[in-house]
Design a protein around this ligand. Sequence first.
Ligand code: S3P
Length: 433
Amino acid sequence: MAWTACPGTPLRGELQIPGDKSISHRAIMLAALADGSSRITGFLESEDARATEEIFRAMGVVIEAPGEGVRVVHGVGIDGLQPPQGVLDCGNSGTAMRLLAGLLAGQAFDTTLAGDASLSQRPMRRVSAPLGRMGARIEARHGDRPPLIIHGNNALQAVDIETEVASAQVKSALLLAGLYAQGTTRVREPRPTRDYTERMLAAFGWPVEFTPGQASLSGGYRLRATEVAVPADFSSAAFFIVAATLVPGSQLRLQRVGMNPRRTGLLHVLRAMGADIVEEPAGEQGGEPVANLVVRHAPLRGIEVPVEHVADMIDEFPILFIAAACAEGRTSVRGAAELRVKESDRIAVMADGLRTLGIQVEETPDGATIHGGALGGGRIDSHGDHRVAMAFAVAGQLAAGPVHIADTANVATSFPDFIATAAAAGFGLGPAA
Ligand code: S3P
């Protein structure tokens, strides 16, 4: 699949962004392990979230889908999962694989987790090594890559551990294994990461203590079914926040976007660059703060992205690179080496693509310097990375010639209706001829 992006009209109107991916995965997982039936609304109808859903069906969990974005999960209880028949397919989803590695390490049966070509290249030692300290036995290709063979062990031991990378996936894997471990599992992080696992465990009634950068829980409790209302995904909203900022004449309102402070680092950075984004607080949804965001066009200037914001905007660098390319002056990013092990090497792939469009970019091992300039047209390879593809669709709105984006099918992992939503807002975007 491929797209062609070219300037459309100013972006106007109101948009409803689909549900949060991170929260959708966790809602299925905890609802499956709870006692009783949980109702999830705002569930993200995407390939990644559905991969997690199918994996729990394969382990005997009955999940009904009575409507778009609605799931009724008939929980089997903390020890009620059944051994699956075959390999569990995580598709493109690092979140599914890493969280499940922890959750499955404490089961009484063995499982194998596999993924697509991109996921099969992503590092897994970051979860298998600390889980190993809890007594988990996980085999990986070359010790680090999927597929993962997880030997069930119902005698996990709690750990007190400081993770090497700031990763919510690693923290969550340990906490989910901790549900099955004897004693208190405590995780400390080099920088605070998104706390959805902690918040959702609390919502399902499991005692958990957490402050930014630290979480602890003990094994031996049970999860109680509940209702989960998933807010709109800030990372999906980010493409529209940047597009409305960049396209002259735009004024866009994004409805009820999830505003967890561990996700909204991009807002701080865009405002420091000159963006005009007004937050209208809209209460809470599913235990998360939500707000309507009103974004008006504003010219941007380059900045040095403060390192303390990096973890809070880890999924937003592809679109930040586009904002930086359209800003006046230089923008530099450092402390973001994690970008090299996302769905693609996002530093290299974004730098390559921007150079194709005529922008000067210098790469470093943990970031890049982007020199704002005039975007031209060109042919971009998204390397199967959903966020790279959507970022270059935004670039196309500002480019002097058409931007052709190859390998866009994986946009369905996080935002299946992106083309329709973007076109309705005013983007010039469609399938390539
Ligand atoms: C996620 C955590 C982040 C993020 C990913 C989703 C999660 O990964 O990039 O898209 O749901 O926990 P890391 O925790 O590895 O940084």
